[in-house]
Write a protein that binds this ligand. Sequence first.
Ligand code: CDP
Ligand code: MG
Length: 136
Amino acid sequence: MSDIERTLSIIKPDAVERNLVTEIKEIFKNKGFLIIKEKKIQIEKSEAEKFYAIHEAKPFYNDLCAYLSSGPIVVMVLEKENAVLGNRELMGATNPKDAEEGTIRKKYGISIDKNSVHGSDSVENAQIEIAFFFKD
Ligand code: CDP
Ligand code: MG
């Protein structure tokens, strides 16, 4: 049974800065993801704090929010069958050191904080995150 989903993907500042946007978008397209919406923006730290509110209690929260707001990012809505899990698999583990061969984080990630991409972790969070960035 086909289960078309949408998920939120962010190309983080470290990857935008290294001009990897076109390359990373090609990876998504080659894996069959449709890029339904896309915008390049820079967010305020206060917006990053809202986006990552789920991590509020974590020791890395402040640095994470400072980092996500430190430079331009590319925010995309990706669509595919089982897009949420498919994107998580294509991204690889949070720490690029642990990421599998062939994943985006393995290929481009610099460190656990500069790991090049964000992807929603559930269908429910995907809807919340898409609404956060694309208020239609
Ligand atoms: O992004 P992902 O869902 O794989 O990981 P997360 O656990 O939701 O954490 C969000 C982001 O926080 C990660 O992508 C990392 O960039 C950052 N992080 C960090 O800087 N240090 C950690 N120990 C864990 C996560
Ligand atoms: Mg996460």
